[in-house]
Design a protein around this ligand. Structure first.
Ligand SMILES: [Zn+2]
Length: 168
C-alpha cells in the first residue's frame, strides 16, 4: 500500500565512513579498509543517494580543537544571509529554489559562459542522472543567490559538484 502525506520536509542524515567508524581517523586506523568502507556504503542504494542534494565528508574534529575558544560565524549572521537569498528567490520565481521543478530550474539557473562549459563537460563525462544534474544546478543557483549574483559562475558549479561527493 502507498500512502501520500502532504508535507514539505528537509532530510538531513549522517552516517559513519565505514562499519567500524574509524576509516578517516589515522590514530584509530581501521584495519579492514577498503572493504570495511565498501561493505558499509553498499547498504545505501544509488537511487536513494541520488536524492540528496549535498553529500559531504566531515572529518573527525580533534579534541584539542573542541575546547578551543575560537568561534565561527554566529547563527544570526548566517540566518540574515539566508533570508536575503530567499527574498531574491521569491522575487525572481515566487517560490524557493527547493520548490522549482527541473524545467523551471534550467530556465532560471542562468549560468555564465564558463559555468555552462563546465556543466557541458560534467554531462558528457560523469554519467550523471537528470535528477543529479538538476540537483547540482539547484545547489549552484542557491550559492549564487547567497552571494546576490544574477549569473551562476564556474565556481558555483564546481562547489556544487564537490558537495555532491561522487566518492560517497
Ligand atoms: Zn572500518
Amino acid at each position: 500500500m502507498h500512502v501520500s502525506y502532504h508535507a514539505r520536509f528537509q532530510l538531513i542524515a549522517a552516517m559513519n565512513p565505514c562499519r567500524c567508524g574509524h576509516a578517516d581517523d589515522a590514530s584509530l586506523a581501521c584495519h579492514r579498509l577498503p572493504l570495511c568502507r565498501q561493505e558499509y556504503l553498499a547498504k545505501l542504494s544509488g537511487p536513494l543517494l541520488d536524492r540528496f542534494d549535498i553529500r559531504i565528508n566531515v572529518p573527525p574534529v580533534p579534541l584539542s580543537q573542541m575546547i578551543d575558544d575560537e568561534k565561527g560565524e554566529n547563527s544570526a549572521a548566517v540566518a540574515a544571509r539566508v533570508e536575503a537569498a530567499q527574498a531574491l528567490q521569491l522575487a525572481r520565481q515566487d517560490c524557493l529554489n527547493a520548490r522549482l521543478d527541473g524545467e523551471r530550474l534550467r530556465k532560471l539557473a542562468n549560468p555564465n559562459k564558463a559555468a555552462r562549459k563546465l556543466l557541458d563537460a560534467v554531462i558528457d563525462e560523469s554519467g550523471l542522472t537528470a535528477r543529479g544534474f538538476n540537483r547540482i544546478l539547484r545547489v549552484a543557483r542557491s550559492l549564487a543567490d547567497l552571494a546576490a549574483r544574477d549569473a551562476l559562475s564556474e565556481a558555483d558549479i564546481a562547489t556544487a559538484l564537490v558537495w555532491r561527493d561522487m566518492s560517497v
